[in-house]
Each structure stands twice: as structure tokens, then as C-alpha cells.
Design a protein around this ligand. Structure first.
Ligand code: GDP
Length: 195
């Protein structure tokens, strides 16, 4: 993608607010602080693009970005927000379930996992939801620059072991560092190759 024609489109709070399903889309999920905004910014080649999703009030929305006029990039904030009131969490989870099981143009979910920490219980929850929604998901390891080459294999082995129990998991992991730019072209190519 050229990157210069990506834009924040809208924040969606109900299924009725989704843009028309006229192009392929991919979604990004991850615990807060995993590096999701930074990765989306790196992918789209913009510096402020994903900010919107981190502003208070936007955390329970499905945030749509356009990507090169041919794809939607969907930011799914809101998991790992244990501090939110229960009704808010439940409303969000309902919307998330409806979105994941009802969006025909959704081709793949990318679940971001911090390379230093591996897969946590909250990650398992979203992965199980993706399994039951039959949405293929691919794990993107973030912040690879923070883990020495020699220590990576141990985390990767844990991730692979956990993924083996999820039928919707795509086996190949993507290793990224938004800081260094590692893995960003690979991820872009994966998205561009989906049809
Ligand atoms: P989000 O909550 O998942 O959207 O996380 P952010 O994108 O806001 O990132 C959380 C923190 O991790 C910020 O301080 C980022 O600068 C940092 N960060 C994100 N990606 C990387 C990376 O690839 N390498 C390093 N070293 N830090 C990163």
C-alpha cells in the first residue's frame, strides 16, 4: 500500500453503523499497551492515524480505517479493559461477537502478542471467540526489538503450543517491531494478498 491514502473513517458502536461491506477487511485485536496503535500507524505509514482509538470514549468502539482505497483496517479496542463497568463490558462483548460472526467481508483477524510476554489468558479468550466465530486469525508478535535473538525461540514455542489448540489459528506467526520497521512489509503483503 502506498500509505498516503489511509484515513480514519468512523467509530462504530452498533452493527447498524458498520460501513457497507463493499471491500475486504482485516481486524486487529490485542491487550492494551501491546503496541496496536503503533503497529497500525506503521502499517499505514501515518503518524497520528490510530490515535483516535486510544482516546477515552473510543475504547468501546470498532474503529474503521480505510487502507489504500481497497481495504478496511478495523481496530478492535476494548479487550483488557477490566476497569470498565460491567454493563459497558457486556455491551462491548455483544457487539464484538456480532461483528465477528456477522461480517462477511472480514478475511482475517490479527491478534497482537507482546514478544516479551507471550500469550496471556485474555488473549486466549479472544482466540476462543475467533474460533467459535470461524474467523481465521494470525498472531503478530510485537516489540521484537525488546527481545534478544537468543531468547525469542522460547516465547515462540509457547505461542505455537497454545495456538495448536485453536482451530481458527493460522500457523504462521509474523514477527514485528514497529520501532525498527521489522515485519511491517510482510504484514502489508499478507493483507494485500487476501481476497
Ligand atoms: P496500544 O495500547 O496497543 O495501542 O499500544 P501503543 O501502540 O500505544 O504502544 C504502547 C507502548 O509500547 C508505547 O510506549 C509504544 O511506544 C511502545 N511500542 C509500541 N510498539 C513498539 C515496538 O515495536 N518496539 C518498542 N520498543 N516499543 C514499542
Amino acid at each position: 500500500f502506498a500509505g498516503n491514502n489511509s484515513d480514519f473513517l468512523k467509530g462504530v458502536v452498533a452493527m447498524s453503523g458498520l460501513p457497507s461491506a463493499d471491500r475486504i477487511e482485516v481486524c486487529f485485536a490485542g491487550r492494551s499497551n501491546v503496541g496496536k496503535s503503533t503497529l497500525i500507524n506503521a502499517l499505514t505509514g501515518r503518524t497520528r492515524l490510530a490515535r483516535a482509538s486510544n482516546t477515552p470514549g473510543r475504547t468501546q468502539e470498532i474503529n474503521y480505517f480505510t487502507l489504500a482505497d481497497s481495504h478496511y483496517l478495523v481496530d478492535l479496542p476494548g479487550y483488557g479493559y477490566a476497569n470498565a463497568p460491567l454493563p459497558v463490558i457486556e455491551k462491548w462483548q455483544r457487539l464484538l461477537k456480532q461483528y465477528l460472526s456477522g461480517r462477511a467481508t472480514l478475511r482475517r483477524a490479527f491478534v497482537l502478542v507482546d514478544m516479551r510476554h507471550g500469550i496471556k489468558d485474555v488473549d486466549e479468550e479472544i482466540m476462543s471467540l475467533l474460533d467459535s466465530s470461524a474467523v481465521t486469525f494470525q498472531v503478530v508478535m510485537t516489540k521484537a526489538d525488546k527481545v534478544k535473538e537468543k531468547d525469542r525461540e522460547k516465547v515462540m514455542a509457547q505461542v505455537r503450543e497454545k495456538l495448536s489448540k485453536h482451530p481458527a489459528a493460522f500457523p504462521e506467526l509474523v514477527i514485528t517491531s514497529s520501532e525498527k520497521g521489522d515485519g511491517i512489509p510482510t504484514l502489508r503483503a499478507i493483507i494485500a494478498g487476501l481476497d
